[in-house]
Design a protein around this ligand. Structure first.
Ligand code: NAP
Length: 232
């Protein structure tokens, strides 16, 4: 059975993906900032890019080999552009973009040797259509989209697929912290399906993307957003 490294596995979308893959027999190594006493987990702040190599090494030590990488950990930043500064911007870029790039770089070497690999980046619909007052967040996720397509081309001949899932609003802590009750109702109103995506829906799509059935699917940005990307 295949081995998985997933970032941000302690809650929300990442936890749902971890649970779904474990139920299907995958061996999963997770990460987050929460203190968990588990061998298959590393507590590390990934906005410090030095921790990317540490995570890769710990996961490889535990799993033996990493067949599948899921770059899921990420944070949202809601702010008018006038209020951002260098530190806030750099920290978000580090977590949402640079650490995923580094992890791709580390695992690609092994995956090429094994002539097999699956990489999934969790982007956002905000990186596809843009989101006012979330410009830095949207830019980090749009950057991941470019990374996904380019890496898919670079790694295609090695039986390595690279895809991105761009969720719309998902019912998680991130959403509950970003929106108060009234804003949640206003947001629901503009979503064509009038509902939030559930974390398990992202997890089931991941399960498909890492499967043998999805071997021809690479370089794709898949918008799992209840219709939000289609326009009003
Ligand atoms: N929720 C949405 O509506 C939505 C929509 C589009 C895209 N997304 C994307 O989906 C991904 C997961 O989001 P979510 O909604 O599941 O968020 P969440 O419930 O807040 O969970 C975030 C996960 O990432 C980890 N994490 C956050 N900051 C970290 C850091 N600095 N270092 C290491 N780990 C960190 C958290 O670990 P700890 O809590 O243990 O620190 C947690 O496991 C993110 O990339 C997000 O941008 C979410």
């Amino acid at each position: 059975m295949k081995n998985v490294l997933i970032t941000g596995s302690t809650k929300g979308i990442g936890l749902a993906i971890k649970n779904e893959l474990e139920l299907s027999g995958y061996r999963v190594f997770g990460s987050g900032r929460s203190e968990l006493n588990q061998d298959s987990y590393l507590c590390a702040d990934l906005s410090d890019t030095n921790n990317a190599i540490l995570l890769y090494e710990k996961a490889k030590q535990h799993l033996g080999n990493i067949d599948i990488l899921i770059n899921n950990a990420g944070e949202f930043l809601y702010s008018p552009i006038e209020n951002i500064n260098k530190d806030i911007t750099q920290k978000l870029i580090n977590l949402n973009f640079t650490t995923p790039c580094l992890l791709c770089s580390y695992v690609a070497k092994d995956m090429k040797k094994n002539n097999f690999g699956r990489i999934i980046n969790i982007g956002s619909i905000s990186g596809v259509v843009g989101e006012a007052y979330a410009s830095i967040y949207s830019a980090t996720k749009a950057g991941l989209g470019g990374l996904t397509k380019s890496l898919a081309l670079e790694l295609a001949q090695y039986n390595i697929t690279v895809n991105q899932i761009n969720p719309g609003w998902v019912e998680t802590n991130l959403t509950n912290n970003a929106l108060d009750k009234e804003e949640k109702e206003q947001t629901l109103d503009i979503i064509p399906q009038k509902r939030f995506i559930e974390p398990i829906e992202v997890a089931k799509l991941c399960k498909y993307l890492v499967s043998e059935d999805a071997k021809g699917l690479t370089g794709q940005n898949i918008n799992l957003c209840a219709g939000l990307s289609c326009g009003a």
